[in-house]
Design a protein around this ligand. Sequence first.
Ligand SMILES: NC(=O)c1ccc[n+]([C@@H]2O[C@H](COP(=O)([O-])OP(=O)(O)OC[C@H]3O[C@@H](n4cnc5c(N)ncnc54)[C@H](O)[C@@H]3O)[C@@H](O)[C@H]2O)c1
Length: 239
Amino acid sequence: MRLKDKVTIVTGGAQGLGRAMAERFAEEGAKVVALDMKEAEFDHEAIESRVLDVTDVDACKAVVDSILESYGKIDVLVNNAGITQDAMTKKMTDEQWDKVLNVNLKGVFNLTRHVGPRMEKDGGGAILNISSVVGEYGNIGQANYAASKAGLLGLSKTWAKEFARKGTPVRVNAIAPGYIMTDILKTVPQDLLDKFAGMTMLKRLGEPREIADTAVFLASDEASYITGQTISVNGGMRL
Ligand SMILES: NC(=O)c1ccc[n+]([C@@H]2O[C@H](COP(=O)([O-])OP(=O)(O)OC[C@H]3O[C@@H](n4cnc5c(N)ncnc54)[C@H](O)[C@@H]3O)[C@@H](O)[C@H]2O)c1
């Protein structure tokens, strides 16, 4: 029960890494609100599912207000919702660029602009931004995605300073996963996935649970002196 009664928002919580984190947080005693464009059902009674498009500026403000009304506080925010729309730079459309930046980067701003100051007012909290190995090292055909995920690293460091500037323990960290088997990889050909696995020191792709375990640690009081950091969870990979 490392997160007992911690009110936690997980965006993109319907499936993949977000779902793994929502379930893992609930196992540790958190009260979880899983936000996603898609409706989702959970077996765990401590997980509530709500529909939210993180690009909808007004809906983000409304959902934060509504969660505060229901739960009285927000202890943890996991900004996990993300998409890919890959193309080589010379072929990338404005729509592909805008869509990925709008969900992956602006979507994180849309929620955190309300949650971060509230955590500061309430005396503390933890914010996790789910970046990527691609944000750390870049990747061919993913200019939009790499820019969005690198942007999250700058945002995390900025918010780690901004929300704690008066000494309030609001901690902001980024997790940079390597390649983890979820739907986001379903368009990646198997030979490329095998190649990515071979590029790790551990010679395999990651499991959603391994990201969720890292998130639990960073959200918990065990990580009370860790802020403004990027934790790479990638089996020892460099792209
Ligand atoms: N799986 C990996 O290998 C990997 C690696 C590095 C980083 N990541 C990052 O981890 C996060 C989760 O990825 P995943 O692998 O679970 O992907 P996924 O596609 O399985 O899940 C993403 C979830 O986000 C939701 N979502 C998409 N757009 C949204 C929006 N506008 N508003 C609300 N919800 C929205 C989707 O409905 C989906 O449930 C993403 O930010 C992704 O970039 C994943």
